[in-house]
Write a protein that binds this ligand. Sequence first.
Ligand code: ADP
Ligand code: ASP
Ligand code: MG
Length: 845
Amino acid sequence: MRSPDPALTVHKFGGAALADAAAIRKVTSIVASDAMPQKVVVASAMLGVTDDLLHVARQAAAGGQVQSRLDALRERHLTAARSLGIDGGNRTLLVAQIEKTFDELHRMCVQIATAGELTSAMTDAFLAHGDRSAATLLAAALTASGVAAKFVEATDVVRADGPHGNASPDIEQTADAAETLLRPIIHGGVVPVIPGFIGRSPWGEIVTLGRGGSDLTATLLGRVLGARDVILWKDVPGLLTADPRVVADARLIPVLHVREASELAYYGAKVLHPRALIALQAGTRLIIRPYADPAAHGTEIVVERERKPAVGRARRPVKALTAIADQTLLTIAGNGMVGVPGVAARAFGALERAGVSVSLISQASSEHSICMGIPMSAANAGAAALREAFVAELARREIDAIEVRSDLATIAVVGLGMAGTPGVAARLFGALADEGVNVVAIAQGASELNISVVVEGRDAAAAQRAIHSAFRLDKIGGGAAVHPEHADVVILGFGQIGRELATQIATHSSRASEQVQARVVAVVDRSGYVFDARGLSSKRLEALNAAKSARTPLSSVRRGVRAIAEEAIAAISAHALSRPILVDVTAGDTGSVLEAALSRGMDLVLANKRPLAGPEKDARAFAHAVASQGRRLLHEATVGAGLPIIDTIQKLTESGDQVLRIEGCPSGTLGYLLGEMGRGTSFSRALRSAMNHGYTEPDPRDDLSGMDVARKALILGRLIGFSGELTDVQVESLVPDALRELPLDVFLTRLHEVDEMWEQRVREARDHKTVLRYRATVTKREARVGIVAVDASSSLASLAGTDNHFSFTTRRYRANPLVITGPGAGAEVTAAGVLNDVLKVAGTR
Ligand code: ADP
Ligand code: ASP
Ligand code: MG
């Protein structure tokens, strides 16, 4: 509102800081020793008082006994008043004020009991007395200790609007009131002491700002008065990496960006009111500090952009985690939703009108279902609102049902450094899987600032501890530095994907925040290899990249060694490598190289399909060798480039599900080709364009023949129990017989010969309101790949560009298959898939 006043501090004391007279005396000394000439103090109710008052009011409404509990509260306040060392008249006055407050509370209880119900307006009026009493006590204690202080009624300053129990401050009006009422007091050298949590509505009623709202009162006053610092004095050293009651080794976070802090507050970290940060503005520092140790640094929450680098320089992508308990997931599921715009918007609208706040939304890309996380207390209201909003769709069976699943918890993992850092999700889900925690739903904000997972409520604590330790959050701030352990990567195959991977690994590891570090120690091609046990620097990799792009074989570059791959592996593994991983990004028959690597203690990551799509007995022997030597083999990129296809199959299987059928379009190349032709491009032009984009194998007939898709189908099939050979996969080839055996250059000059045939095929499909797709279907008993005409309105038809599509029919997802869609071709996404596997292997040993 106004430029920050360098001389003003807002101090807020939470319940724990005002537990009893001793605590309150400590607070007076904190205020007294603040050298700032101008101060404002916000007080919340004494420890536990708001909860107690709420309980009393509810009891009264239910016709229960409240006298003894109310008396106990009265006694607690009176004891504090008498023990604060206040003399004579002031003490008598204070005691009388407290007696009056409790008489009033008693009168209200009678009123509530007579009405037999507790309105939210009455609740607010009732609870307000807790924070007022605490502020009254604190003002008197400050005065007695020699600090000129004055109780100021919050309803005279804080203007707020919105529902009772959760009102929002009106910044403009509050600013005006603060200017007229508070500023003169402050300038007069007196400290105004204001109850937190409460304000006045436009109708003159008392409203509260939501539980924990005194934090918001503090940041609000800080803003309208232009404070330099707002200090929230708490019973913890500051904002911690996790709730210390759940995670014993939670650590202090010294500096946090306001966006990170907001995510944490919003997702349930009880230390901060979720809306307190909205009022914070640049120029004001928000500090969370322990009242038990006033000299401590605490946590500083910063807003300014220029402070961001300092924050981002933190070495970890994940800063903290938090959990919201007692959540319900509402799921809207049904075939009729596919492609219907506005379902999510209508669902949101309906929930908003019902006053239900949504903490999380997750939609399967198939659009078959949308699920929303809401507080369990709103489960009935939320479900009813959705049933009403979609009554027509439910009647028409476009929506099967509104499902309600309760007793869940949402865990949010937060950190600015997560944006663009691969492997965070892998580490998160790895940690949960190792802990045996079942993940019910997942959502990641587009900002990548937060990944939220929904788990069973009973798993929440174990999940938080597992995640905390997986990201080594116990080492943040006060903890000792961890030395990143390297995984040494040998890249077999230095073509498009291999080179892209080398670049991605170098970029990944240059981020100081990375826990799991991977570095490339060797690159191998058909001619030989280049190796450096200390890791190939990014500069060196760049030079190798350039050389390879200019067609120089690795054996001819500086310090290149001529060798066949097996010899290269033998030579490389003679060195003491740390956690060596061989990555096969060739398209060749590398079985014997992989064996050599395995027997020398390397883990394997494959993008190469051949070793897994060869004769069944070889594939089995290979799997056996991996298992018996305790090595790991990951090959996500053999199927859907960077998409989590195999991971999904494994997760489903591990959780006791059984995959019955996989159907989809696993070829980005053919998808692109058919998509282009569907738009009227001729076959020959579409193919050339695919080649120019790098979507095809060097000889595009490898794609057109369907063999590439057949290998993928076989790999997937073998994962779900298909027993057979590549020759058992039924394959439809798109290469005309006449062109099959030609040399590549001749083949390319004769492409136009088939343009007309394709044009006709595409037109026929269109006339039938269908679209051509190259589809794979895999079950335990059969595997086939070929062209199909799919309905123009189906999800397969809507695939764009090189998108892949996989749908899994399983025991659990029988009526409504689980669908994964996303880009499935190109060096970049494939290399990213490989990198993810590399980090997974490196991170879990
Ligand atoms: P106040 O006394 O100011 O109202 P609260 O009781 O609202 O303070 O918040 C402090 C409490 O928040 C701590 O006692 C701690 O148990 C809990 N808490 C939850 N998550 C965190 C976290 N990430 N960092 C610090 N405290 C947390
Ligand atoms: N006394 C109120 C509550 O307990 C406000 C606060 O403590 O911040 O929610
Ligand atoms: Mg609080």
